[in-house]
Design a binder for this molecule. Structure first.
Ligand code: FHN
Length: 684
């Protein structure tokens, strides 16, 4: 009887879990679930699969990676042959987990299935898996055991996009002969769920499901939310990235307003410019230029670059997911191992300045970065010194805290360093030689929460001007004065006050600093403003309204050189908008003509596009918004004299959503779309 009751209770709990909306969790619950991930700060990404067999080479070209099936347009039956060649006899899960551990990494994210559809695990739902290869061993099973042994969190990358499964849509655009008859995307989603159930049932506790390949039109936020809840129903404490949804703004990696954002943002091959208070995010990066193994790719990042990026990311409150692309034999490339060893040596000494830290309280430090931890009755600041001061004096600006103690993190004896206060700054006396050339960590323990006064920021986003420019400084909310200099020197109490703004008539570095009760209380912010001559207008005849456009078709991941391509169509458009097109995907447009500028001034242009675009005025690149991304806006400023100026806009759409918009502003006018009556072309 009790067995029946137990079965019934299990069934009811499963049904309940399936129906649960896991996004409705409390802040406490969310924080508890995210805690290990926020503390970890540093993980290993592993991209491994059949693409390691060709190792980047195909058809005489050597610049492919994990996209080789698509980029080299390898037909399915041709690519499937790699399954008979995948036999990584040197694969040693224990070695992999130990290498990640010794590098100071706390979690591993491995591709269970990349876009090519090949599964690195034993799946009952497909034969396109590792058991069908000569290797016949379940890679993930062995890795899960090794991760447990080394206390590494095992996490799974899983591609929503699947170029192999017959039910996945869309097909690759060049797969003209691969029918879509009978394809059923809902049935594909069920296949994906079946495999996720295998992954989240057969390999123990999984830390993260790292979705990817979510950008094609068949995926959407509704499906993403459903998949998020499905995965959480299998392992409720699991963490899921924002690529489960369909509203990520490209490689910048954050979900656009109102989109379904999962648990963390995923900037790719880049680091956000500033910290993002309250946001969980992880920058993922290759160690060379490819995610999957490419034997010819020798463009390796140095250990110094990687370590300083790790400190930069942690100082902004993010995680760093650093990639390794193993060979077809199952080995990490030697270059990866060398870097991981050097990183591990630094982490062994300085790891506490990364793990479990929070973002810097400083907006900017001239010599490096800062991370921090709350300690009993105070704060421990980790000062990551990249540029060791020649005079041995480390200036920590705008800090009101009292020092408890300060020492070199690498000093096992924790001998105190001499600290003096000079106005707003603490001056720490360091040894003459940097203990670590890449990043010396100085610990500064203070009373209370970090009490930092960051220097005043100048509001003007335009840094060029023609005749003169009035700049204003962010007013302070602590009844502080802002004083400034224009000769690059540090402002003093005798320097002019910026409350009425600062008028500039020549190229200058504006230095600004806060004062309170007659004393300096912040460091100094320096901003260069440059006086420029406006670009000359051109004489043009036979002007007609509208811009000339050329329409191209092709598959690109960055803007092509349209000059060497044959347009499919061309004509005149009244403004910068998308022409009538035969294809919703894989096309490009180039607009050329003249823009009539009303008066000598500095003009800021705003270019939004999905996917990539660029804007040229008078032949100069003003905005580079290239790449595969959602609708994102970038801006650029240029000084122009009244009259006609050549304008050129390039745009391409890969797949998914599309869009192109151009705005501009000048003087005190609002940002506005370029009027049709400002655009011309020369009618030959
Ligand atoms: O297309 C993939 C790519 O192959 C790689 O997996 C990266 C890693 O984040 N994600 C996609 C590109 O954004």
């Amino acid at each position: 009887m009790c067995k029946k009751i137990l079965t019934l209770l299990l069934f009811i709990s499963l049904i309940t879990l399936r129906a649960q909306d896991f996004t409705k969790e409390t802040k406490e619950g969310h924080d508890a679930r995210m805690e290990w991930w926020r503390d970890a700060r540093f993980g290993m990404f592993i991209h491994w699969g059949l693409y390691s067999v060709p190792a980047g080479e195909w058809g005489g070209k050597t610049n492919y990676g994990e996209w080789i099936r698509h980029s080299a347009q390898i037909p399915l039956e041709e690519y499937d042959k790699f399954i008979t060649q995948f036999n990584p006899v040197k694969f040693d899960a224990d070695e992999w987990a130990r290498t990640a551990k010794n590098a100071g990494m706390k979690y591993i994210v491995i591709t269970t299935k990349h876009h090519d559809g090949f599964c690195l695990f034993d799946s009952k739902f497909t034969d396109f898996d590792v058991i069908s290869t000569p290797f016949k061993r379940d890679i993930l099973k062995e890795l899960s055991e090794a991760c447990k042994k080394y206390d590494m969190k095992l996490c799974f990358y899983h591609s929503i996009m699947d170029w192999h499964h017959p039910d996945y849509l869309p097909r690759r655009d060049w797969e003209k002969d691969r029918t879509t008859d009978g394809a059923d995307f809902d049935r594909y989603v069920q296949y994906m769920k079946n495999e996720l159930k295998e992954l989240l049932t057969n390999y123990g506790e999984i830390g993260v499901v790292w979705f990817d390949g979510e950008w094609e039109a068949t995926w959407n936020d509704k499906r993403g939310l459903d998949l998020y809840n499905y995965v959480r129903s299998l392992q409720p404490d699991i963490i899921i990235n924002n690529r489960v949804g369909a509203t990520r703004n490209g490689l910048e990696g954050f979900t656009t307003e109102g989109g379904f954002a999962g648990d963390f943002g995923t900037p790719e091959q880049q680091i956000p410019a500033t910290g993002l208070p309250g946001a969980d995010w992880e920058s993922c990066m290759t160690m060379n230029d490819n995610w999957g193994y490419n034997k010819n790719d020798k463009n390796w990042k140095t250990a110094k670059e990687i370590l300083q990026m790790l400190a930069d990311i942690a100082s902004k409150g993010g995680n760093y997911l650093l990639n390794v692309g193993p060979t077809a034999e199952g080995l990490f490339p030697d270059e990866s191992i060398e870097r991981l060893r050097e990183i591990g040596k630094w982490m062994k000494v300085n790891g506490e300045s990364i793990y479990g830290t929070e973002a810097s309280p400083f907006e900017k430090l001239e010599w490096g970065r800062c991370t921090q931890k709350k300690i009993e009755n105070g704060t421990r600041l980790y000062l990551h010194v990249f540029d060791f001061p020649a005079n041995g004096k480390l200036v920590v600006p705008g800090i009101n805290n009292e020092t408890v103690k300060t020492y070199l993190l690498s000093d096992s004896k924790k001998d105190f360093l001499k600290v003096d206060r000079k106005d707003d700054a603490l001056i720490i006396t360091l040894p003459t030689k940097a203990p670590d050339e890449i990043n010396t960590v100085v610990v500064l323990e203070t009373t209370g929460d970090a009490d930092i006064v960051n220097p005043p920021q100048i509001k003007s986003t335009i840094k060029i001007f023609i005749d003169k420019l009035n700049v204003n400084v962010e007013p302070s909310n602590h009844a502080m004065d802002v004083r400034y200099t224009l000769d690059g020197s540090i402002p003093t109490l005798n320097s002019p006050n910026a409350e009425k703004g600062i008028e500039l008539n020549e190229t200058v570095v504006v230095s600004t600093r806060y004062f309170k009760n007659g004393k300096p209380v912040s460091g100094t912010a320096k901003t260069l403003f440059t006086k420029v001559k406006p670009e000359s207008a051109v004489e043009v005849d036979n002007l007609k309204n509208g811009v000339h456009y050329k329409y191209f078709e092709g598959k690109w991941e960055t803007l092509p050189d349209f000059n060497i391509l044959q347009p499919i169509d061309e004509g005149v458009m009244p403004n910068i908008s998308l022409p009538e097109k035969k294809s919703l995907n894989n096309y490009g447009v180039e607009y050329t003509g003249y823009i009539r500028i009303p008066k000598d001034d500095v003009y800021t242009f705003y270019l939004s596009s999905d996917d990539g675009s660029s804007l040229y005025i008078s032949g100069k690149l003003i905005i580079d918004n290239d790449g595969l991304h959602a609708m994102i806006e970038r801006e650029g400023a240029v000084a122009l004299s009244a009259g006609y100026h050549p304008i050129r806009i390039k745009y391409f759409e890969n797949t998914g959503d599309e869009g192109l918009k151009v705005f501009y502003k000048y003087s005190e006018n609002d940002k506005q779309q370029i009027d049709d009556n400002m655009l011309f072309h020369s009618a030959k």
